[in-house]
Design a protein around this ligand. Structure first.
Ligand SMILES: *Cc1c(COP(=O)(O)O)cnc(C)c1O
Length: 345
């Protein structure tokens, strides 16, 4: 990439003098803290560590990446929003999004007044390599989002396509790896250092089973991290969430066991679903969900809902499809039984 990061940042952000939180200058645990207007009483009376150091140390070890490259957000939606705010001038810069994909890239683009260029993935849900060359030269595009593996399709985007984008695009590339713990061999994290314009987003919400804690991870060069830290809300991750997440991350064993179970169940749900005559296609998946094409997805969706089985109707993006999350054995049995009943009607 020819551009320096500072030359890509919005001037409002470059010129911003950030809020200095009271606790940033003093990191010792024991002191007479009369600086932040906290109450001296109560269980959670003190503001949390604004930079989540303990949690970052843990993540640094698990992900094998330096703390100087880690940002922690209130869910991964927070860093997605922040990328727009740091790099995209409203009503001027554009974002490139490959459809069908995760909806929040468009939502945050709209909130931040950023125009979207949609490029459709081909029928194998891959990026069309011919269009990449042209799009990567488009000076108006400031940002490219790639969801890998992609939601709702469950597919891996060809590494050659991603590499081509990283090598030819002269601005920021975001790879959203929300489901990467189900297929870690496809992560771009080991190559982060090669690409100063790359931001990799992950989350503890999916494979790690901590959706309720709202912990999103973003990995990037220290040059970009500087601006994330500059604009972040001072205490964006609560004390309770920092502590709980650090604790749960210690149990690698349970994490690996759960992933194994989910993978076994995914294979079973796929093979049971493929047998049904109401089903026309089950897309291959690298994640904990499967995209299933039905003869009549709406009918199946409504029938499942009436039996209190909630799946995601993705038919507006990909005709006649439902996205089904793989649950535990019992949940999957309920789903399969119900689908079999519908198959016989
Ligand atoms: C679930 C999901 C996220 C959001 O995760 P949170 O960390 O819970 O905000 C981000 N990207 C994709 C593609 C997802 O599917």
């Amino acid at each position: 990439m020819k551009n320096k990061i500072v030359n890509l940042v919005r001037s409002d952000i470059l010129n911003l003098s950030p809020y200095q939180s009271a606790r940033e200058e003093y990191t010792y645990n024991k002191a007479c803290f009369l600086d932040a207007n906290e109450s001296p009483y109560g269980l959670y009376n003190r503001y949390p560590d604004p930079f989540q150091n303990k949690l970052k140390i843990k993540i640094s070890k698990i992900k094998n990446i330096g703390i100087e490259s880690i940002f922690i957000g209130n869910g991964s939606d927070e860093p997605i929003d922040m990328v727009y705010r740091i790099f995209c001038n409203p009503r001027q810069d554009k974002v490139l999004i490959f459809n069908p994909t995760y909806g929040m890239y468009s939502v945050y683009a709209a909130i931040n007044g950023v125009d979207i260029i949609y490029q459709k993935l081909n029928e194998d849900f891959q990026i069309d390599n011919k269009s990449i060359d042209i799009l990567c030269q488009d000076k108006e595009i400031k940002l490219i989002f790639i969801c890998n593996p992609n939601n709702p399709t469950g597919t891996i985007i060809a590494p050659t396509s991603i590499e081509k984008i990283l090598n030819t695009f002269n601005s920021i590339v975001v790879i959203d790896e929300a489901y990467i713990d189900f297929c870690p061999e496809y992560s771009w994290l080991p190559k982060l250092k090669r690409y100063p314009n790359l931001i990799i987003i992950q989350t503890l919400s999916k494979a790690w089973g901590m959706a309720g804690l709202r912990i999103g991870l973003a990995f990037m060069s220290p040059d970009i991290l500087y601006f994330f830290n500059k604009i972040k809300s001072p205490y964006n991750i609560s004390e309770v969430n920092q502590r709980e997440a650090t604790e749960i991350l210690k149990d690698q064993c349970e994490f690996q066991t759960n992933i194994k179970l989910i993978k076994q169940e995914t294979i079973r749900v796929v093979s049971e679903t493929e047998k049904l005559s109401i089903v026309t296609k089950v897309y291959p998946t690298q994640t904990n969900f499967i995209l299933v094409e039905f003869k009549n997805a709406q009918r199946i969706y409504d029938s499942l809902i009436s039996k209190q089985i909630v799946v995601r109707n993705r038919s507006s993006q990909i005709p006649n499809t439902l996205r089904i999350t793989v649950g535990n054995k019992k949940e999957n049995n309920t789903l399969i039984q119900t689908l079999k009943q519908l198959d016989n009607e």
